[in-house]
Write a new protein. Sequence first.
Length: 590
Amino acid sequence: MTQPQIFAFAVIAAMMVVFIWDRFRYDVVACCALIVAVVLGVVPADKAFSGFSDDIVIIVGSALVVSAGVARSGIVNTAIKKFFPNLGSVHLQLALLMIVVAVFSAFIKNIGALAIMMPVAFQFAKKSGVSPSKYLMPMSFSALLGGLMTQIGTSPNIVVSRLREEMTGTSFTMFDFTPMGVILTLVGVTFLIFFHWLVPSRTKQNSSIEDAIEIKNYTSEAMVQADSTVLNGPVSELLKLGDGEAIATAVLRGTVRMSPFPDLTLRENDIVLLEGPSSALDRIISSGKLKLSGKPLKHNGQLAEDLISIEAIISQDSPLKGLSAKEMALSYTRGVNILAVSRRGERVKERLGSLTLSGGDVLVLQGTRENLPRVMQDFALLPLAQQEIMLGTKRRAFIPLIILALAMATTAVGLAPVAVAFFAAALGMVVFRVIPLADIYKSVDGPILVMLAALIPVSDSLRTTGGSDLIAGWLGEAAASMPAWGALGLILVTAMAVTPFLNNAATVLVMAPIAASFATNLGFRPEAFLMAVAIGAGCDFLTPVGHQCNTLVFGPGGYKFSDYPRLGLPLSCLIVLVSIPALLYVWPVN
């Protein structure tokens, strides 16, 4: 073993130990490992920052933006409510999410399938009162399993098909992978449903004081329109749209104030006074197609489109104290709407226009990005912690799904690489105003992308120093006298272990020729061994960096590095135990 190889193995081993130790943030650890590797000469100085241009960084960053766009539209959550309205059990929710992700992953890029369903997982988590971490990691693993079912489901299947054609003249076909893929997906998803408790409950790692502030008793008012989905329906149906998190305090019909009994039928132009968290009010108003109080706002004489909603507290020095919204006429004089009001320890019973404001009241204000800061300064309003308030913001309905579908279709038929397609999809979210331009970088998890960019040249040092060739030589010696099942298991386990450091496509390129030579030297047919390489390379359940799906959920799930093997190690062992006899049955070696 040469000195560069020793240094490469040492840097990676030390980095993994510090990751598991979890005393320092993951991006800092990765950057330190990169600098040490450069100092030791393992990574050339001119290649130190090559990871920032790698496709994986672009794919993960773009997928985070696309997922945020899908979440803002609310369209997937609406579909789930329509077809699965009473899905209250965590086990059933998790089963639905994993099955959908696995099936989608068989035919589209698995990171795309995961991006579609992540917003639904957050809604389920909030509804059930559990951490999103309970859903996201099992969903990522099911995406990896689902990708095993077809030739286009994951990169290792495509690469191993090409290598088989080069070796034997015959490629694997589209559905040659299906028998093994279906078996492993069924086994894996079943395991994840019953053993998801192995995943600890985590909160987002970059959470801050902003995430801890939650106003629970906003009062808002909305009008039933001719196209409202709840027109001529009972109040109870309207409140179901808020998942039981909001209540109706009154229904105003003309000059008559009515009690909001559950069976009260809503009519056109009825005004409903609602109370609850802003997120629940938003779901009720957007899904029910109600009209919020306030007038259409104009900017430079035209209807303003780039509207945002923010939370602000009325200070003790504010000139708004003692006045009502009607007296201030902010919509006409300053181009700002008051969408909701929260008063600590008190239920608001008046209409928003008639309510006399007091110091300490929290308002949800709607206006343009240019106008709101001036209004807040002029009226001595204190901004609450910066967090996304969707109430009153315009939705783009099916546009995010159309953009994502186009991106996945272009990759499926080979019109564009995955990185280009997803980058274009993220750009489409901005161009079509699915995500406001000022919010686009909030969707990108910076520490995750920095960690990936730093790890790529460090991991590649195994290849550039010849470390991967050294591993191949050791495997050749170890498997020379093994029976078929032993050699098959060795190949599979090694591919699983190497994937986090070489990435799955590189693992196939390194391991597939070794597997084929094993088969030839032992007098066996090579198909089962090539399939074992593809399965091992496609099943990285041990780290957040071996596959972009695992990386995608790392930040949003608030996971630690050590959380992955807690669930992934027993799943990996199960996949190995099931794969070996299944491979020998589906792809006989004699």
